[in-house]
Design a protein around this ligand. Sequence first.
Ligand code: NAD
Ligand code: MG
Length: 373
Amino acid sequence: MNARTIRVELAGRSYDIAIGPGLIDQAGALCRPLLAAPKVTIVSDETVAPLYGARLAASFDKAGIKASTVTVPAGETSKEFGAFGKLMNELLDQRPDRKTTLVALGGGVVGDLTGFAAAVLLRGVDFIQVPTTLLAQVDSSVGGKTGINTRHGKNLVGAFYQPRLVLADTEVLDTLPRRELLAGYAEVAKYGLIDDPDFFAWCETNGGAVLSGDAAKRTYAIEQSCLAKARIVAADERETTDLRALLNLGHTFGHALEAEIGFGGELLHGEAVGTGMAMAFDLSARLGLCPQADADRVRRHLGSVGLPMRLRAIGGDNRRKWEAARLIEHMRGDKKADGGKLTFILARGIGKAFVTREVDEAALRGLLDDALA
Ligand code: NAD
Ligand code: MG
């Protein structure tokens, strides 16, 4: 088998991430030893199920595993409370027992939703992630954060609940729309910016090839990303120190942009993170923490692959709404705001990110005003 395996070390909850081409067709054999009983329910969305559902089910069948499938609409609305209730009833219609395993086949939406469903179905059943977007392969399927959305915001109801296995089939990315691929790529570059300057330099050279479909480079990018995330999660599973918070580089700005523009797909999460990372480096340079040349490199690379870098260019008709004060208000509403203090991930340079709650608000205001000018 032409797959790489990365171990997420979490004592009794450790698991493997397998990365490689064609893994969907080997899922039955790879999952079988981990199942409490040979029965699974696949949860997928209406876009992914027709593309890969039958192949995954056939692979389970071949391994003697009984598989049923439940499908949810594609998109963030499937993480709403009401949709979650509907899914739970549809899962119970399949007459699961405590030995049933749920299998999430899809992007981050399906992964977050299925993971949370597994955490609470019959007080907890096992689950396996088969991520099909780049974002899910490098970020959301690893680390055990699961959850759904409420009218108070995204991911405010959920659980830390680790999968038993992650199967990242690199070939499924061939059907992913370019814009979704690019959004996932922002999270790939993020790992370099956090603490791996060599990987960021590799991204500068190879990012274009990763995006245009070079299989070996794609696999390498996913592998490096999962290694980085696995290492951070192993050291800080529940974000109790500032270590796991480093994964939120670009997210304080990004979430503010997403909250302002709405979660309707006009600005994808990864796009917002890409813009947010450029802003975090700009703010770091403005505060004298980071060389301006490093901030320029971040903006140049992310912009060159096609991520939106200029606030004014984002959001079409919505752009008249961009206002520094409103963006700062959204940052305060972010669940990562700690006792009213804004939390930022800033950097002393590429690969030198750190967490701070001491950002001078005038500097932040100045940055946003300039970005919106
Ligand atoms: P998504 O799951 O909505 O997928 C994006 C779109 O691509 C969907 O329309 C989907 O149907 C389609 N798609 C998926 N795979 C495809 C394929 N192989 N070919 C063609 N189309 C395909 O979005 P996403 O970006 O994967 O995930 C976003 C979600 O992830 C958000 O809800 C976010 O909160 C969550 N997230 C969670 C974590 C975590 O740690 N749990 C981390 C980051 C993001
Ligand atoms: Mg993210």
